[in-house]
Design a protein around this ligand. Structure first.
Ligand SMILES: Cc1cc2nc3c(=O)[nH]c(=O)nc-3n(C[C@H](O)[C@H](O)[C@H](O)COP(=O)(O)O)c2cc1C
Length: 192
């Protein structure tokens, strides 16, 4: 019997461990189509998704990250450091069957941009929950490179802010839940 939404919300975990078992593209498309029922407060949905499934697409992101880190350092990286960055990101980006770059339109207006990022975050959480429902684990990453406008340009995503890079992989092992604070620690009545 399929799980109800409360069970999926409580049982979902971020999945770091990569399982290289292929996942059909139709499954990803179905998750995205349903996730797009997230709320949004703009004329059209503010999110965009770049799906990286081929080795070439994933390596393009890895190379953009290497270039971004070089820019951040302000001087050329040693060959050893480049290889180190490549191998770390190969594990995170090339090995999983899919990496999704989820971006949102940014127009330079505080309120509208805030709403776009909030709506896109709701969209990402929908992806995480829908994926979990079909045995796919997601890891939502927000590494420093997502704030590098040149990396966004390198990837042909001008005018957008990356809200997350999502690693998607079959769930082979479910990690323990991260503990949550009890309600009394973060809920109060306004007149308390
Ligand atoms: C906005 C956001 C950014 C995140 N960025 C990262 C990240 O860069 N690297 C990472 O390992 N996990 C990242 N995570 C996953 C969190 O570490 C994870 O959600 C948290 O530990 C709670 O675990 P759970 O998702 O299994 O409940 C991010 C989560 C969110 C919501």
């Amino acid at each position: 019997m399929s799980k109800n939404i409360s069970e999926i919300i409580v049982e979902r975990r971020s999945i770091k461990q990569v399982d290289e078992t292929p996942i059909a593209r139709e499954v990803i498309n179905e998750i995205l189509e349903k996730a797009a029922y997230a709320p949004f407060h703009s004329k059209i949905e503010p999110w965009h998704v770049a799906v990286l499934s081929t080795e070439a697409e994933k390596r393009r992101l890895v190379e953009a990250i290497v270039a971004s880190m070089e820019r951040m350092q302000g001087e050329p990286l040693t060959r050893e450091r480049r290889d180190q960055i490549r191998s770390g990101n190969e594990r995170k980006i090339v090995a999983p069957p899919y990496t999704l770059i989820v971006t949102t339109d940014i127009i330079g207006s505080g309120k509208k941009d805030f709403e776009a990022i909030a709506a896109t975050s709701a969209f990402i959480q929908n992806i995480q929950l829908l994926a979990w429902e079909v045995g796919i684990g997601v890891l939502w990453r927000t590494n420093n490179f997502i704030f590098d406008p040149d990396l966004v340009t390198d990837l042909g995503l001008d005018g957008q802010q990356i809200v997350g890079c999502l690693q998607m992989t079959k769930v082979s092992e479910v990690p323990d839940a991260k503990s949550r604070r009890s309600l009394s620690e973060w809920v109060k009545n306004l007149d308390e």
